[in-house]
Design a protein around this ligand. Sequence first.
Ligand SMILES: [Zn+2]
Length: 339
Amino acid sequence: MRGVIMHAPGDVRVEQRPDPVLEEPTDAIIRVTATCVCGSDLWPYRGTDDVDRHPMGHEYIGIVDQIGDDVKSVAIGDFVVGSFVASDNTCEICEAGFQSRCTHQVMMGGIGTQAEKARIPLADGTLVKVPGTPTEEQTKSLLAASDVLGTGWFAADAAAVGPGKTVAVVGDGAVGLMGILAAKQMGAERIIAMSRHADRQALAKQFGATDIVEERGEEGIARIKELTNGYGAHSTIEAVGTQESMQQAIGATRPGGHVGFVGVAHGVELDGTDLFVATVNLLGGPAPVRRFLPELIELIMTDQINPGAVFDLTLPLEEAAEAYKAMDERRATKVMLTL
Ligand SMILES: [Zn+2]
């Protein structure tokens, strides 16, 4: 099969890879119908994370092609969505809604779904069948559900977004934008997007942002306080993962408020005294997308949300190198790869 391999930072190639095979009776093999490039794929692309001939991709939708003997909940031919972490969905961590930290978790990024086919471990726990036949728009949205939408949704949930709340969103990449969509869907009264890029600001407003703050750091925090009678936001979504973005998120949140942080942390070190004084609730980590998938699929298939609008470029898998380049150069927010 054809699949994406990152040879080194900046060096993405589509090559022949071995077809996946069923390794465990709980595995399924899917024929990937669409996949995409994640903001987190840019960490190795930019050389922040080490990379050496690594298969890429962890977002996917597709059609079940083969199933192991123990797979019961999906059948060959089913159209399915799964999360970027394979999970059994039965252990105590999964039952509590934290499938991304399942005791049997398998990171799909290690398998690489930017490919024609993918092995899905723990298929019964990981995959969710989509009812009916999705339209082209719904297909894009289902792919978004596989990671960015589910991650933005978790961030909003972790930040205790709800009716009447003021929400600040740090980060205007795809996850931040999906956090805005989630906050709107959860009934937030005011959603402040922290963004200094005109194209992202327009998307943020399209997804439900009511205010834009261009300032960053201490100035950004001061501006959020100004907009909230000096209190700070009730709920803050952090979708970047840097020292500055974490400090900005915690600083923008009022005492007693909640921060949902989902940007993959790179070099974040929090000062204990600052954290102590902040008096905020912190919950974050790799998003348990699987918890939200049934609800998200329902919202998408009934056209109540259109997260697929976050994809502003679609390319064939063979042009994956250009997809990475477009995202790296910020010419695209999120690129869908079709097969
Ligand atoms: Zn589990």
